[in-house]
Design a protein around this ligand. Structure first.
Ligand code: ADP
Length: 355
């Protein structure tokens, strides 16, 4: 709030005086005109003394009334304009300095609906900024935490590699440890960048028409050596000729993540089933596995960034895969759901629009 200065006070007093005198003069003139017309029509004789007295009384009456009105208006402005402005200014200054906990209380007086609307919008903005800030700090904490593990592993192997007289076998083992750690970090960075681009909407879907069944089979085949090595049986039920208009690359991320999870969480001897069905407007893909499954508590968090429900497999991932899948499905205005039972397996169902 600005402090009042002498110049400012003198300025307002002179504008007040000018206002009173002008109003007083105009109303007095009108009164005189009215009196002279009245005297003419009623054939009354008004002396100059009468007129002067009436003019004086009218002038001072008008001055008094306008002063009362101005005073009432001054009080009204203090309560209805200056106080809310002060509250809003203080709140926005706090937000600007990074305090997002600030909330403005609504005013109960009538006529404050406009202020209450602004207050509500500011409260919402502070709430949003607060949650973005929490997400940002959580994100940084998660990234740092996720980077620490592979870095520590690589450091450890690096130290071991420095030992003299290492056998070839050990040297290869330690070098492989470093390669695996750096690959893990690179994978995480790739996922973070993809997610970041998707979240900032820098990737706009490049829509083209393609056969969804073919895409799913191609993606699945990339895991052939994985399922063979793990002795996992594959079952497919892919409807033919299901054309979709979508961004093939984005959708590819979805299948890759769902398949890699299915293989990762299914033990040897298990089965992974992939099915594709279609209606006129939608395509429905189901990825079912007979793996470890998850509890309903885990199920509610799996689409969050960096969330890993099953820590026994944490070295093979970074908890970003399903966050990425969810983001892609949201961009495509589709739906994804999961049904799972601990120890029995999981089914992920993706429903996308065909056009
Ligand atoms: P990551 O696989 O790297 O841990 P994701 O985002 O892909 O990260 O998955 C998040 C979590 O969801 C996993 O840690 C796991 O707990 C759970 N999950 C995902 N897919 C499956 C699955 N097919 N079976 C059991 N749990 C799963």
């Amino acid at each position: 709030m600005r402090k009042p200065t002498i110049k400012g006070i003198l300025g307002s007093v002179s504008s007040f005086l000018l206002f009173f005198l002008t109003v007083g003069f105009i109303v007095s003139c009108c009164m005189m005109l009215f009196l002279s017309i009245l005297a003419d029509t009623m054939e009354l004789t008004l002396t100059t003394d009468n007129i002067a007295a009436a003019a004086k009384i009218t002038f001072w009456n008008v001055i008094l009334i306008t002063f009362l009105f101005k005073f009432a208006d001054y009080i009204r402005r203090k309560i209805m304009v200056e106080r809310p402005t002060k509250i809003i200014t203080e709140a926005t200054e706090k937000i600007m300095s990074g305090d997002f906990s600030v909330r403005i209380k609504p005013m109960q007086n009538s006529g404050m609906e406009g202020f209450n609307q602004i207050a509500e919008a500011i409260n919402k903005m502070a709430e949003e900024l607060g949650s973005v800030e929490t997400l940002r700090t959580d994100f940084i904490a998660n990234v740092s935490h996720e980077m620490k593990t592979p870095l520590a592993v690589m450091q450890n192997y690096g130290t071991l590699l420095q030992a003299p007289d290492l056998s070839d076998e050990k040297r290869i083992e330690y070098a492989k440890g470093i390669t695996d750690g750096s690959r893990r970090m690179a994978d995480m960075m790739t996922n973070i960048l993809k997610l970041n681009r998707l979240e900032n909407q820098q990737i706009y879907p490049e829509v083209s028409e393609f056969d969804l069944g073919e895409q799913i089979c191609e993606c699945l085949l990339q895991y052939e050596n994985v399922w063979e090595k793990a002795n996992i049986e594959i079952e497919t039920d892919i409807a033919e000729n299901v054309k979709v208009k979508a961004d093939a690359e984005l959708l590819g991320h979805v299948w890759n993540n769902l398949f890699s999870n299915a293989f990762k969480f299914t033990p040897s001897g298990g089965t992974v089933t992939v099915s594709l069905t279609a209606t006129d407007h939608h395509a429905i893909v189901k990825v079912t596995d007979t793996g470890c499954g998850m509890s309903s508590e885990v199920g509610t968090h799996i689409f969050e960034k960096f969330y890993q429900g099953d820590t026994s497999h944490s070295v093979q991932g970074n908890g970003l895969g399903l966050a990425l899948v969810k983001r892609v499905i949201d961009i495509m205005q589709g739906e994804i759901s999961v049904e799972s039972a601990v120890g029995k397996g999981s089914t992920f169902t993706v429903r996308i629009r065909r056009a």
